[in-house]
Ligand binder design. Structure first.
Ligand code: SAH
Length: 342
């Protein structure tokens, strides 16, 4: 068996049990394997000491699917950014964000990104490939092991567009939820918005939060910031987001990167409030994190306050979210595929 043929990460308890049985082992070894993979974070079968030595040697080439930490940087706010080396040599980024109560992992779903949003570093580097489910699950386990602390939340907000890799993302979501044991409500999938795919996600009726990267209160401005907005009209994305609320009972999050002089005027706030009226939703305002490939500016405090005042007056639910990890280039929009270190 070659290393690439079987990956154990992502398999459920019953699938692992079937696998050990096909190896001529008693079925209770499936439970053992399950615990070593998802709770103890085993990186290879050879380290599972409860397995008979002879069998371990036989299956030592079966790959669990773990990556190697190529580089790790720690920001002053304790956010850790990892560059993980995949089996084919490509590098993907993942971020661990600790607070006193939470440990959040920001996972990537693709190496690079094809969306080319004008304010995001990932898109500037182009698209390499989709990640497999095991490569997404691995990111959660890697952060959990490195912090030596249980991960409480996972946000699909790293490199890539999750809804363009939905099949693998759904496998990863199941496993992160049921095998690693992170509650559905502690999971968030963020998308630039792909027509048809939001509804497909909604039809899964999962308890996770869906976040739509809105960034503009109208189609025209959105097209200037997000090239793919042209073939994914705002109206359609909002209709499908409503379906998400109706099918799952969960409110939708709208993300809105604040770009000085571009989308942060009080008039934009008025239009935004109008757009989400009556919508079971929450707006996350993200002051822009500077990237060297773009010349946008983060609005100053007064501009942010003026924007926020309009939303408050219109009774819109929102938060202002300053990204963590800025100093380590680990914040929203700062993840790059092409760079081994920064
Ligand atoms: N492709 C997905 C998820 C990745 S980005 C999506 O578009 O939602 C996660 C969030 O960070 C998105 O809302 C994205 O628009 C935002 N973001 C991108 N670049 C940013 C920047 N420079 N500053 C702040 N947020 C940024």
């Amino acid at each position: 068996m070659t290393k690439t043929s079987t990956k154990l990460l992502g398999k459920s308890l019953s699938e692992l049990t079937t696998w050990v049985e096909t190896q001529g082992q008693p079925s209770y070894r499936g439970k053992q394997l399950y615990e070593w993979l998802y709770q103890k974070g085993a990186r290879s079968l050879s380290e599972i000491s409860v397995f008979p030595k002879q069998w371990r040697e036989q299956v030592q080439d079966t790959s669990i699917g773990r990556s190697i930490i190529h580089h790790r940087s720690i920001a002053p706010d304790q956010t850790r950014k990892y560059l993980l080396a995949l089996e084919d040599g490509l590098i993907v980024e993942t971020v661990g964000i600790p607070t006193s109560k939470r440990l959040t992992v920001c996972v990537s779903t693709q190496v690079g990104c094809a969306m080319k949003c004008d304010f995001c570093a990932t898109g500037k580097g182009g698209f390499k490939r989709n990640l497999k489910a095991y490569e997404i699950i691995d990111q959660v386990l890697t952060v959990q092991n490195d912090f030596n602390r249980r991960v409480s939340h996972v946000v699909f907000m790293g490199m890539g567009e999750p809804l363009l890799n939905l099949k693998e993302v759904l496998v990863a979501l199941r496993s992160i939820n049921q095998d690693i044991g992170i509650g559905g409500r502690a999971l968030t999938v963020s998308s630039v918005g792909i027509v048809g795919k939001i509804r497909e996600l909604a039809e899964q009726r999962l308890q996770l939060t869906f976040a739509l990267s809105l960034h503009a209160p109208n189609q025209e401005l959105r097209e200037r910031l997000i090239p793919t907005a042209v073939r994914n009209p705002l109206e359609q994305l909002l209709t499908e987001s409503k379906d998400y609320v109706n099918l799952t009972g969960r409110r939708v999050t709208f993300e809105y990167v604040l770009l000085a002089g571009v989308n942060d005027l009080p008039a934009h706030a008025q239009e935004l409030a109008q757009l989400v009226r009556g919508f079971q939703s929450h707006i996350n305002l993200i002051p822009y994190n500077p990237i060297r490939e773009a010349s946008y500016q983060r609005p100053d405090q007064q501009r942010i306050q003026d924007f926020v005042d309009v939303l408050t007056a219109k009774q819109v639910a929102f938060s202002v979210r300053y990204s963590r990890g800025l100093a380590a280039n680990a914040a929203c929009g700062q993840l790059r595929a092409s760079e081994a270190r920064n």
